[in-house]
Ligand binder design. Sequence first.
Ligand code: ZN
Length: 309
Amino acid sequence: MSIPTPRIRSLLLATTALAACSTYRPPVTPFRAPASVPADSWDSILAHPQPITVTTWVTGEVKVDRSLLLDRSQPAAATTPDDKVWVPVLAHRIVHATRGVYLVDTGLDSTFAQRGRGNIGGLAVLAAPFMTIARQEVGADPASRLRAAHDVLRGVFFTHLHLDHTAGVPGLPHDVPYVAGRGSLDDAYESGMMAHIDHLRGVSQLEEIDFSAARELAPLGKAVDLLGDGSLWAIHTPGHSRGHVSYLVNATSGPVLLIGDASHTRWGFEHGVAPGKVTDAAASRASLERIAAFARAYPRVKLVFGHDP
Ligand SMILES: [Zn+2]
């Protein structure tokens, strides 16, 4: 076999890159919320906790620019170094006494324990074939943890569809509901986050939550009662991505707010600095302010940040 000339080699490379770029995009359907409890305030909701628990798993770590985590144009963050940092990638196991087991976000699948780019493919890898963007201990992926716990997964709720939140999907059952905020899939493609991955292949449809008709629960804003008994609430916190969702787990052991990437870090939250990478900066700051007002009003709610458990 003849050795290809450099020109043919680069043509082959470009063809392979284009082929690797075509990713599966599931159809989007509306999420249908069940009939809800008649609560009209967080006071009444938190006064009636439910038999639900949440456990946060660190499924691995990714290396990112600190400027993605913190908006360095804000005075409080101006002197933070613009370096690369390793941050944990989370998935949250939700267990409801009668409804079963759900995940909020999926973290990284088991391929990240084998190679530093895990299941990230396409142009991103061709550009830097030996790059390490992630690290993971064997068994830390969500599928291994669900197997170890003999869990039967009932569904997956996403905060948003950036790759560090969808990379666990390939290892999970695909015949369960996958749910995100309205506009999440479009946002993921428009921001380029889906161009190099194929995480949702095999998922028959993505259900998106439309918050426009949802009840307003001050000070957090639009909220949807996902299981119909006041145990698990989706809260519209757009900005980092369109359709970003935070989740409130109304557990008898104490309420927990899974903030997601509405604030990646506790430092950012406590200093009022919104994420650096956003779809809509004004919406991102407004979401952060609403979460801060909620945290002040209900200090007993445990806060879990997107990349800072
Ligand atoms: Zn993230």
